[in-house]
Design a binder for this molecule. Structure first.
Ligand SMILES: [Mg+2]
Ligand SMILES: [Zn+2]
Length: 194
């Protein structure tokens, strides 16, 4: 029987692409339009290193801005496509990107209320485990919020919190296995513990 594969689950916003200042809420948020999608510096070599070490890469991202009435679903999906394309152009192939478009306080019909897939629910990690035959104990979740850490923990993965200063309001209540300054640092931790 083929041995189980291992994965790195990556939060997207604030880890792989920059958070964007929203003057309306005065907060750093996910990009709402394709022109706002800017990759974080130096992520490509780190992603390639992880793939070379035998990890499948997955994006697991909450995208509640459509549910909250901040942008269109079309724009959110365009951003996701552009993101995949930008990575592919640079030679990084993701196994799959999972997005939750819901939010408990969503005002758009069909997108509000509780859902099964929003982090910290481990829904997408468990789904990927089944589909790709992953060993979650040998897998990692990397994100910049406590909800990412909790999601990884609930799936039985090892966790790394990226200390993005713009995400500090969402950090500090849940203890990750490791902390890192950025993805390059996090990849070093993964490689050292592999
Ligand atoms: Mg994030
Ligand atoms: Zn959802």
């Amino acid at each position: 029987m083929k041995p189980d594969l291992k994965a790195v689950f990556l939060d997207r916003d604030g880890v792989l692409n920059k958070l964007v200042f929203n003057p309306v809420t005065r907060a750093y948020e996910s990009p709402h339009y394709p022109k706002d999608l800017i990759l974080c510096g130096n992520i490509i070599p780190s992603l390639k290193k992880l793939i070379k070490a035998g990890y499948k890469l997955f994006i697991v991202s909450n995208q509640p801005s459509y549910a909250k009435g901040k942008t269109t679903l079309k724009a959110i999906k365009q951003i996701a496509r552009k993101f995949n394309g930008d990575l592919k152009k640079k030679g990084v192939q993701l196994s799959r990107a999972y997005y939750c478009y819901h939010h408990p306080d969503g005002i758009v019909p069909g997108y509000g209320g509780r859902c099964a897939c929003r982090k910290p629910e481990p829904f997408f990690l468990l789904k990927a485990k089944k589909k790709y035959r992953l060993d979650l104990k040998e897998s990692w979740m990397i994100g910049d919020r406590d909800s990412d850490t909790e999601c990884g923990q609930r799936a039985g993965c090892k966790t790394i919190l990226i200390k993005n200063p713009h995400s500090s309001d969402y950090q500090g209540k849940i203890k990750p296995d490791y902390k890192a300054k950025n993805l390059a640092d996090a990849a070093k931790v993964v490689m050292a513990k592999t």
